[in-house]
Design a protein around this ligand. Structure first.
Ligand SMILES: C[S@@+](CC[C@H](N)C(=O)[O-])C[C@H]1O[C@@H](n2cnc3c(N)ncnc32)[C@H](O)[C@@H]1O
Length: 201
């Protein structure tokens, strides 16, 4: 199936109706792993398989991918994972419960390199402040990119947030990380930058 490569997150300016998501929301436990921009679900499937005791929730703005991935998760019998259609910040702040996210992952987000498009990037200070009430008090955020300019911007953003502290040598990157884009970067000789930040209270 052909799927558009980019969707402008600012096209999602409508209010989400929790009733439209009632079936999916009913399955969510008190603590979950959330991946924003799960794409075709390489990480989501890998993580759900390796962490059967946890619930993995993907959020994706390209609807055809959401349908495909939910079908694939069902076929694989991974009942501890699902994907919600929508924009990351909006889904978290309008559909999830407070302090529900134990782990947040954002891998290879769209870089939006033109200056006028920077506001479309997923990781920025306002986004982090908006989602803070939905992160548990020990939550971890895992971020990766192979785009140098985006790396610098995300690094600066995380450092500027007083309630986040960077974690050195997080074994997550050796034991849990998987990403379609990461595989592509390795094949084309691009270096991936990975960072973990933890909530500090
Ligand atoms: C470059 S792809 C990376 C996919 C996957 N994370 C990986 O590492 O292979 C970025 C994905 O994020 C999705 N996306 C971009 N902005 C988003 C947003 N604000 N909310 C949810 N999904 C988003 C895109 O549709 C796309 O599937």
């Amino acid at each position: 199936m052909r799927v558009r490569t980019h969707t402008n997150p600012f096209n999602f300016h409508f209010e989400l109706n929790p009733e439209d998501y009632a079936d999916q929301l009913a399955h969510l436990p008190d603590q979950i792993m959330v991946e924003i921009g799960c794409g075709r679900g390489v990480f989501l499937r890998h993580y759900a398989k390796n962490n059967p005791e946890q619930y993995s929730l993907g959020i994706e703005i390209r609807k055809p991918l959401v349908t495909l991935l939910n079908q694939r998760l069902h076929k694989l019998g991974l009942s501890n994972a699902s994907v919600l259609y929508g924009e990351g910040r909006q889904v978290i702040t309008q559909l999830l419960r407070l302090k529900q996210i134990q782990t947040l992952c954002v891998f290879h987000p769209d870089p939006w390199l033109k200056k006028r498009h920077h506001k479309r990037r997923v990781i920025h200070e306002r986004f982090l402040d908006d989602i803070r009430p939905y992160l548990s008090d020990t939550a971890c955020i895992h971020i990766s990119t192979d785009v140098g300019e985006l790396r610098a911007a995300m690094d600066e953003t995380i450092q500027a947030v007083s309630w986040l502290s960077q974690v050195d040598h997080d074994p997550f990157w050796e034991t849990q990380y998987a990403s379609h884009w990461h595989q592509f970067s390795e094949e084309t000789g691009r270096k991936t930058w990975c960072m973990t930040a933890q909530v500090v209270t």
